[in-house]
Structures are given as C-alpha cells and as structure tokens.
Design a protein around this ligand. Structure first.
Ligand SMILES: Nc1ncnc2c1ncn2[C@@H]1O[C@H](COP(=O)(O)OP(=O)(O)O)[C@@H](O)[C@H]1O
Ligand SMILES: [Mg+2]
Length: 320
C-alpha cells in the first residue's frame, strides 16, 4: 500500500450506519475459546487459490483470531502462504488469486463488527490505513522518489482527515517521525536522502498515522541489517505498549518472532499447523513441523530454557 493508492473515501468507516447491513453489533466474546475476551480481528476458514495454469492452494482453511493489543507472530518457510494470507485479509490480492472460502471480520473498539468480504472498493479504501494498516517488506521502496516525505505523509491526512488544518497536519507528521526515531527535520527530505532503515521507519510511521487498531507487518525488517532490525523491533513493541494496537507480525525468522510475539502461528503449505503461546511453542512444541522449524535455527538449538525474551511481555514486567 503506498501513499498514492488512496482516493478520497466518501464513506466514514467510523459511522456504522454508513455501512448498512455490512456491519452488526459485535457479539464475539471469548471467540472460539482462544483466550481473548475481545478479539480485534477474526479469520475463519479462510482459503485462497492462485488459479493460474497450475492451481496453487496457497492458503487453506486458516482460522485465527487476533486479540486486542496482541502481537501474533506468523512463522513459516518462504512460500508457505504468509503474504497471501495477509493480502487476503485486507482484500489486496490481485488475479489470479481468488478467495475461495472463509471470512475475515474486524471487531471495532467501539463495539461493532465489519465483514471485510462485504466492503466495497470505496469502503475498503477508507478502512485500510484507518483500522488495519499494513507494512510490507519492500515498503520503503514504495515511497514516491520525487515527493518529499512530508507531502507523502500529509497525503494520508488530507485524504482521511480532510478537516484537519494544514498546521496540525504538519505537526502531526513531525510527531509521527519522532515516534519512530527519525528527526522531524527529515520531513523535508526526499526518499533517496534517507537510509533503508529510515525509509522503513517512515513507512511504519505512516502506517501508524491514523491510529489503527491492527497493524499487519509482512517481513517489515527483513531487508535491513541486524542492528537496525533490532532497533525497529524494539520500537514496535514499545509503541504497541504505548498505543495499544494489535500486530500480526510475519516473518520466516522464527528466533525473532519468539522474542516479540505473545502467540505464534506456524504455517506450512498454506495451513496453520500449530498456534500457541510463544514461550510454550518454544519450550514445548506440539507439532513435528514446529520442532523441525525450531531446529533449523542454530541460535535456538542451545540449552533449552536459557533463551532470554527481550520481547513484549518481558518489557511489560511480566515473567518472560
Ligand atoms: N501471483 C501468483 N501466482 C501464482 N502463485 C503464486 C503467486 N503468488 C504467490 N504464489 C504461490 O503461493 C504460495 C504462497 O506464496 P506467498 O504467500 O508469497 O508465501 P510466503 O509469503 O509465505 O513466502 C507459493 O507457493 C507461491 O509460489
Ligand atoms: Mg511473503
């Protein structure tokens, strides 16, 4: 999703009455006994196929729920369907991809539920960024090279918050940059004047611009060097603690996921084979494939139990 793909949404996703029968009071409590009182996103029996010359069943009957404020890691080898699932949830898939079954529902903080399959193009545009924001691996390369960071960031507000004054927009963009550790003086820069890490931070700042309730991050730090990657991850866990959004964090890098996630879903050939508490999954993996995946990372195969989580819970003062 780039800053340039937005038309001006005419409907407000915050007024359920604008959405007619595509929204309903939220009755999901204790969804499927997964342990959250109130999920923010539920995915049910979701399937996607690429109907090219050869049909690829990329996502098969995935059922997941994301708790409010939770960091859910989605792990699995390259090609197992992680990105297809992420794009599918947000209805960003392009042909030959077809959603062949299932549904995704967004459960708003305000107590209503939206069936994402039912949203029209215009409504979807209003919905993305605002409720569910995405950050992609190559996101930093989707910044427009001939437009300043400031203008690209301000675009989001002029589109989604048309009543905001110019001055407020400017201040807000500077604040957002500082929130992700980039000096606000960078607002005047063009993308090529920033390092890859800084550009990726800008994309994360943009994803946070409208205070979304869910962030889907697909390999957001994979192209960056390890030090920058660590810094950004620390930033994300801090921000989620401050702002309370939920995150689906996608990566093939399981050790990294173990550090930042509350729960982890392990995906293999389009299916979720194991889903559980991150520490539990590490110390007591149930599925053969999870064990294999864990064993494939040398950094994880040392003494079990001496693994230090620098992640979310540890930072919240809970036992790691
Ligand atoms: N445009 C496409 N056409 C056909 N098959 C695709 C397309 N995009 C992805 N696939 C296939 O779908 C499967 C899942 O891909 P993807 O979701 O990108 O996996 P991951 O993100 O886990 O690496 C892979 O087998 C991939 O080859
Ligand atoms: Mg991918």
């Amino acid at each position: 999703m780039s800053s340039t793909d937005q038309g001006a949404p005419a409907v407000s996703i915050d007024r359920p009455e604008d959405l007619g029968d595509r929204t309903a009071p939220d009755t999901a409590r204790g969804y499927r006994g997964e342990g959250h009182d109130r999920p923010v996103l539920t995915i049910d029996d979701f399937s996607v196929e690429y109907k090219g010359e050869r049909v690829v069943k990329a996502v098969r009957n995935v059922t997941l729920s994301l708790g409010r404020g939770e960091i859910l890691g989605l792990a699995g080898e390259s090609g197992c369907g992680k990105s297809t699932l992420a794009y599918g949830i947000n209805r960003l898939l392009k042909p030959p991809a077809v959603i062949t079954g299932g549904s995704a529902h967004f459960h708003s903080r305000e107590g209503y539920v939206i069936d994402l399959n039912e949203l029209s193009g215009e409504e979807l545009r209003a919905f993305r960024w605002d409720k569910i924001a995405m950050v992609f691996q190559g996101a930093m390369n989707s910044l427009n090279p001939v437009i300043t960071i400031q203008r690209q960031m301000e675009d989001i507000f002029s589109t989604h918050r048309p009543d905001m004054s110019k001055k407020d927009r400017r201040v807000k963009c500077g604040d957002l940059l500082e929130r992700v550790g980039v000096d606000r003086a960078r607002l005047r820069s063009f993308p090529h004047e920033l390092s890859g890490g800084m550009r990726q931070r800008v994309m994360i700042a943009m994803a946070m611009a409208l205070d979304p309730q869910v962030m889907i991050m697909d390999e957001p730090t994979t192209a960056l060097d390890v030090v920058v990657q660590r810094e950004i991850l620390r930033e994300i866990t801090r921000l989620r603690a401050d702002l309370g959004f939920a995150v689906i964090f996608i990566t093939h890098d399981l050790p990294l996921l173990l550090e930042i996630s509350d729960r982890i879903a392990v995906m293999r050939e389009g299916e979720i084979v194991e889903l559980g508490d991150a520490v539990e999954l590490y110390t007591n993996p149930q599925h053969e494939y999870t064990r294999k995946l864990l064993a494939s990372f040398p950094s994880l195969t040392g003494e079990r139990g001496d693994f230090i989580r620098g992640g979310s819970r540890a930072q919240n003062g809970e036992p790691a």
